[in-house]
Design a protein around this ligand. Structure first.
Ligand code: BGC
Length: 783
């Protein structure tokens, strides 16, 4: 039967029900119409397929089927290697085929707006072009296996604080040039099967029912043909969501707004055609999956493990290498320090958490060397541990300290409180460096950290979160079996106070994007703020020379030579900046990059083709702006090898009246609310929490101080969650905090959806919270 014929036979209610999942991870089947169900699970660093039943969750707490745990996006991005991203996507696609998973929920292409975002490890970069290009390769690789991807979280979901409630208040230019750009690139280049609408609002409208976002921009302007699925529990208003083209509500199990939608159609307030369209897209995907899984497929997990090792190696960034302390010589007396050498931090917590097939800790490869623990799993140390470390350090030729952020510090579900590493890790490094000048640090974390000891150690190798092949990758890199070739996908500021949004990021329920387009290096370069290590930076055991930079017509060429002793790779970067722009712009923006591998003495030519987008800004549409531009060939955003100025003919753009003398012209000092609101073009009024006006859109957490019933409910949620933690109410445990934030911190509607709850229980609770106890009770009983 053709899809349209199926739709014609289905009742309105059946179609509405089809647009909600059946379980946590499946869509509904309708046997009588030949509509099969399909299975989906998280990514993006590997599969997290959970068995259906009681212990399913969207936060990576409970077990899942073993799968290859690849490095997290923080590391894959640092590879700057398109081919590797394709291969990784393909391998995950193969494992998905093996495990009968039709849709993988990833990649996440939100922008690393601020180092404290708890989920930065899952995102690629502060730069949208780099994010978009690499994520597109991942999607192409994965979808080459017939499996679908879900590009997430669409959009402006760059913080975990109040993630289910917050409004991302942002100007159109920042939205288009920075926060939507990566999505646009992936949609246009790689045609992802699905896009996941984010939990938050954008300028007052929830992403789940945001017509501008899902219909006008995604489908009409970018030509997206696939399915839109909500984030888990992220549906706001189903009537509006149908009109916006948000096809599938996940997870399944609840009957949230089913009656409202039925009534809306009956009353002529919602055209049935919208529901038909959504149902059509779901059926299309289900039939495709059914076809694919007719044939059994076996993935090669051991081959994929080796790929995970390779990506971990290529994603490592050598930040410092004084006196060539690295690579180490195997026959020297080396002291290995730190709990992370034994229990490496290799992936992030939350929905992306993978149950690895073959986890290798570094110590397995380093057991012939002396070891000092230095600190415990949480990063705390003791005088005894430090004195043992000091004694052993003195006897060693070289010391390697394993340090970074324990999982307690960064996770989905909450943001980091500060940018520091645990005090114990800093002390451990300081102690080692004081006792032995040949000290190197190997760092594991999902985003930038402050390194107050950076001048005291000789070497720093940043691994990001390297996945299950961490052990072998660390060994190969430390001993020069592999040459580091990663580059930073985010700037590393000296201290948190140097971050442009440090004073207001995650400080309120709403996410206020005062800094507009000035994120990461776009800010540091314009404000002339020194950083520890700039965007695009990374050393090698070898050395490279760039020369013969030429520009002919629209082609830029440059030659790269390996002038060192080791085979290695350099990432050639092309930045573009307008000279004296009338409309404020960053000093430079990455427009092209290429990773080139070279044997010692080898030379290769790199060619970049310029296009209109390289010179464009958003001014009601992307416009190539007339003017003089500087093209820079660089090995990081602060290591510019050559430049050439060129004149470009394009269009004139509007220069808004508010711009003169504003922060946006030079990024000096603080941004005032007044100038931000002028730039935004409207007044921003934060929502007030008023008893009597609570709705399904408020969370238990925010209502608990205003309502007894919500206080009781909060305690009840705490109690239920504590059952999974040996009865302990444990705010020190990241999983506990994540669960509290994702339940008590979620709007009531989200609790209803994620809890798979039917009926009007929550509507009754809202009445009670508003002070109408009897009315609420009646609603609950009726519900
Ligand atoms: C996360 C998504 C994830 C989903 C399903 C949500 O909490 O935000 O990234 O795909 O859960 O696990």
């Amino acid at each position: 039967m053709k899809i349209k014929e199926i739709i014609a036979k289905m009742t309105l209610q059946e179609k509405i029900q089809l647009c909600v999942g059946k379980s946590f991870w499946q869509t509904k089947e309708f046997e009588k119409y030949g509509i099969p169900s399909f299975f989906m699970c998280d990514g993006p660093a590997g599969l997290r397929k959970q068995q259906l039943g009681k212990n399913t969750d969207m936060l990576g707490i409970n077990d899942s089927v073993a799968a290859t745990c690849f490095p997290s996006a923080v590391s894959t991005a640092n590879t700057f290697n398109r081919e590797l991203l394709y291969q990784m996507g393909k391998a995950i696609g193969e494992e998905a085929r093996d495990q009968d998973v039709a849709l993988v929920l990833g990649p996440g292409v939100n922008i690393k707006r601020n180092p404290l975002c708890g989920r930065n490890f899952e995102y690629f970069s502060e730069d949208p072009l780099q994010t978009g290009i690499l994520a597109a390769e991942f999607v192409k690789g994965l979808q080459s296996q017939g499996i679908g991807c879900s590009l997430k979280h669409f959009a402006c979901n760059s913080q975990e604080t109040s993630r289910l409630l917050s409004d991302s208040v942002i100007d159109e230019r920042a939205l288009r040039e920075i926060y939507l750009k990566a999505f646009e690139i992936v949609v246009k280049k790689a045609d992802p099967a699905t896009v996941m609408s984010a939990y938050n609002k954008i300028n007052g409208v929830y992403c789940s029912d945001n017509k501008k976002l899902l219909n006008d921009v995604l489908r009409e302007q970018w030509g997206f043909n696939g399915l839109v699925v909500t984030d888990w529990g992220g549906m706001n208003n189903r009537i509006k969501a149908f009109t916006a083209g948000n096809d599938l509500m996940m997870p399944g199990g609840s009957d949230y707004m089913e009656k409202d939608v039925l009534e809306a159609v009956k009353k002529g307030l919602l055209e049935e055609a919208y529901i038909d369209k959504c149902a059509e897209r779901i059926i299309k995907m289900a039939l495709k999956a059914q076809e694919l899984f007719k044939e059994k497929y076996k993935a090669d997990y051991s081959k994929n493990h080796q790929l995970a090792v390779k990506i971990a190696e290529e994603g490592a960034v050598l930040l410092k290498n004084e006196d060539d302390i690295l690579p180490l010589k195997e026959d020297k007396k080396i002291l290995i320090v730190g709990d992370m050498a034994k229990d490496v931090r290799y992936q992030g917590s939350g929905s992306s958490h993978v149950n690895p097939t073959n986890l290798e800790h570094p110590i397995a490869y380093l057991s012939s060397y002396d070891y000092a623990q230095g600190c415990d799993v949480n990063g705390d140390t003791t005088p005894e541990l430090l004195s043992d470390l000091e004694n052993k350090t003195k006897k060693a030729d070289a010391v390697v300290v394993f340090a970074g952020l324990p999982s307690k510090y960064e996770s989905e579900g909450f943001d980091r409180k500060h940018m520091r590493m645990p005090e114990g890790h800093n002390e451990m490094i300081e102690t080692a460096a004081k006792a032995n000048k040949n000290t190197a640090v190997i760092l594991f974390c999902g985003s930038a950290v402050e390194c107050p000891w950076q001048d005291k150690v000789k070497g720093i190798l940043y691994m990001g979160l390297p996945g299950q092949g961490a052990g072998q990758a660390c060994y190969n890199l430390l001993f020069g079996k592999t040459n580091p070739s990663g580059k930073l996908s985010e700037s590393w500021p000296y201290s948190y106070s140097d971050v442009v949004s440090s004073e207001y990021y995650a400080e309120s329920r709403d996410a206020l994007y005062l800094e507009s387009i000035y994120v990461g290096y776009r800010y540091y370069d314009k404000a002339e703020v020194e950083v520890s290590w700039p965007y695009g930076y990374g050393l090698s055991y070898s050395s490279f020379k760039l020369d013969e930079f030429e520009l002919a017509e629209n082609k830029v060429t440059v030659k790269v030579s390996n002038t060192g002793k080791y085979a290695g790779s350099e990432v050639v970067q092309l930045y573009v900046g307008q000279n004296n722009p009338a409309l404020h712009r960053p000093v430079r923006e990455l427009k092209h990059f290429e990773k080139i591998s070279l044997n010692p003495g080898e030379t290769k030519e790199v060619t970049f083709e310029l296009n209109d987008e390289d010179f464009a800004v958003w001014d009601d549409a992307f416009k190539k702006v007339t003017g003089s531009y500087r093209l820079e060939i660089a090995t990081s955003s602060r290591d510019i090898c050559f430049y050439k100025d060129i004149d470009v003919n394009g269009e004139e753009v509007n220069v808004p009246g508010w711009q003169k003398d504003s922060w946006y012209e030079n990024c000096q000092g603080k941004i005032t609310q007044e100038e931000w609101q002028k730039m935004l073009g409207r007044k921003y009024v934060p929502a007030k929490l008023v008893k009597g006006q609570f709705t399904m859109d408020n969370s238990v957490m925010e209502m608990k101080d205003h309502s007894l019933i919500m206080k009781i409910m909060y305690k009840a949620v705490e109690k239920v969650i504590s059952k999974g933690f040996d009865g302990k109410i444990d705010y020190d445990n990241p999983d506990f905090v994540m669960l509290m934030n994702s339940s008590a911190g979620a709007p009531l509607r989200s609790m209803q959806i994620s809890g798979g709850i039917k009926g009007g229980v929550f509507k009754g609770l809202v009445e009670m919270a508003n002070g109408h106890f009897i009315k609420g009770l009646i609603k609950m009983i009726k519900g």
